[in-house]
Design a protein around this ligand. Sequence first.
Ligand code: CP3
Length: 368
Amino acid sequence: MAAMTTDTTGAAARDDASRPGGPADSPFVRACRRQPVPHTPVWFMRQAGRSLPEYREIRANVAMLESCRRPDLVTEITLQPVRRHKVDAAILFSDIVVPVAAAGVDLDIVPGTGPVVAEPVRTAADVQRIRPIGRDDVPYVDEAVRMLVKELGDTPLIGFAGAPFTLASYLVEGGPSRNHVKTKALMYGDPELWHALAGRLAEVTLAFLRVQIAAGVSAVQLFDSWAGALSEADYRRFVLPHSTTVLSGLADAGIPRIHFGVGTAELLGAMGEAGADVVGVDWRTPLDVATRRIGPDKAVQGNLDPCLLFAPWPVIEAEVRRILDEGRAAPGHVFNLGHGVLPETDPEVLTRVVALVHELSARPAEGA
Ligand code: CP3
């Protein structure tokens, strides 16, 4: 065990994880790898969060960024939905701006608003101030992942980071934005500065994911939540090279990589080219259509509309059936929502959806 705390490659953790029935042999990881599964695995983006009363309680007097920097809180919050819903994977509790703050950007997460940046990044000098990061800049993430891997046993832990475009939008706009006007103005008006910024964010993201991989996560997801704001041509020119730096840069890690965005129907093919094993699909594109766009060599993840969880149960049940049917067209399917769990969601409905996905997708063991 001592070797695990000093190991910086993740090799020891991975060897242990790949034992039969271990996290690397779990239904979630197997589906990502397009291998046969005993049932369709399911987890939910934002499963650890405001929909859970136990989460609201633990966060009552702790600011969001502070909670991300306390391994005891990160561990407890990450485990909450696993205990409650019996999902097939945990996702590290953190936020996409955590590595950017570690890289020296002065920002805060404001309740009800989201990330707010004190001095928006708009010049070459601003870009220069974003420092490269390593393990010692985010020791709390390294520690939380190691604690979680022990606590989770056979349940895989998903690490994550924000993609260069989505991160750049927060940094350039200074906060959440509907139209990404300043970001696009910079992109079109000063492509060289844009590529310098996105390139630097790609390095920060790659380093941040490497810390999580070395600490033992079983998969990673790159969140490009706002990529759907771009045309395919602009996505290919301004974003794809940088997301490729991140995803293809992790090819040697040997763990599944998931690439997710919202409103990306026209981008699914391009997003699949960045080097992921799994492409996340929102509710606007049926999974059979999505898999035709992405190609037969990648699994898909999705894609129940988070708002559907507010419908009567028979409606939810019919939609879960439809998504499982459409997902059979893909070479691997991880059931999820098309975007994160909304804070007002009844957690009991989430628990029921997990049980339903498992029941409807159960396949008899080989040879049985
Ligand atoms: O869900 C919660 O309430 C948990 C706490 C929380 C997180 N981020 C965790 C998180 C809160 C309050 C935030 C702030 C924040 N950061 C917001 C929400 C603003 C609000 O009050 O409604 C937003 C939009 C951000 C920026 C952000 N963080 C983006 C765009 C993403 C990518 C995923 C997405 O939703 O599009 C994140 C990732 C994130 N923040 C995760 C978690 C737990 C990712 C992991 C997961 O899916 O569970």
